[in-house]
Design a protein around this ligand. Structure first.
Ligand code: GTP
Ligand code: MG
Length: 204
């Protein structure tokens, strides 16, 4: 898919304040600093569309971007940032979960995992939450440019093997780098495929 236009639309503090739309939308979630905002910039080819930062906890609202005047990308705040107060973390979790469970237009959630790390409890628990609630999601491994090809392949294979200890099958898996644009075509092709499906609630 070619990206012809990508525009910031609005930031919402909760799903209740999210824009009323009638189009497919794809949200990006994962731990703070995993590379959500960078991936959105890489996919859209716009360097500063989503705000990124070397310090975790940059994105704090539900950010909407309109792509090709026809579908939306949603940048969500990261979860699990330890430096935040318990109250702040609980509020963010409420916002994130409220959005994920309450947004009928969300066609797919991309769950980002740093490809360098071993499986983390917080991510595994989050996947369980998604599965239990029937949320359609895919796994996106990020920052593969930070390792050699063989090491990253092994790490990702180990991660998937760990998931298969408890899961019968894996959701779609993508391997990406926002630095060298690896995985861009695969992700955009997948979105293009999903864009052709009827929007949830629109099936006749
Ligand atoms: P929060 O909004 O704080 O939850 O973070 P985020 O998940 O949006 O992460 P962000 O995109 O802001 O990136 C965090 C840091 O990781 C930044 O310093 C990025 O430059 C870096 N980064 C993100 N993706 C990649 C990647 O694919 N490769 C490399 N080398 N660095 C990356
Ligand atoms: Mg961000």
């Amino acid at each position: 898919m070619t990206i012809n236009s990508a525009k910031f639309v609005t930031s919402a503090p909760s799903v209740g304040k999210a824009p009323a739309t009638d189009a497919h939308e794809y949200a990006f979630i994962g731990r703070s600093n995993v590379g959500k905002s960078s991936l959105i910039n890489m996919l859209t080819g716009r360097k500063d569309l989503a705000k990124t930062s070397a310090t975790p906890g940059k994105t704090l609202l539900i950010n909407y971007f309109l792509i090709n005047d026809s579908w939306y990308i949603v940048d969500l705040p990261g979860y699990g940032y330890a430096q935040r107060s318990k109250t702040q973390r609980a509020e963010l979790e409420k916002m994130i979960k409220g959005y994920i469970l309450g947004r009928a237009q969300m066609t797919n959630l991309f769950l980002l995992i740093d490809s360098r790390h071993e499986p983390q409890k917080i991510d595994l628990e989050f996947m369980r939450f998604l599965a239990e609630n029937g949320v359609p999601f895919s796994i996106v491994f990020t920052k593969v440019d930070k390792m050699g090809v063989e090491v990253s392949k092994r790490k990702i294979a180990d991660y998937c093997a760990k998931l298969l200890e408890t899961w019968e099958e894996l959701p779609p898996v993508f391997v990406t780098s926002s630095e060298d644009k690896r995985g861009r075509e695969q992700l955009l092709d997948y979105i293009e495929e999903l864009n052709r499906l009827p929007l949830a609630g629109d099936e006749k």
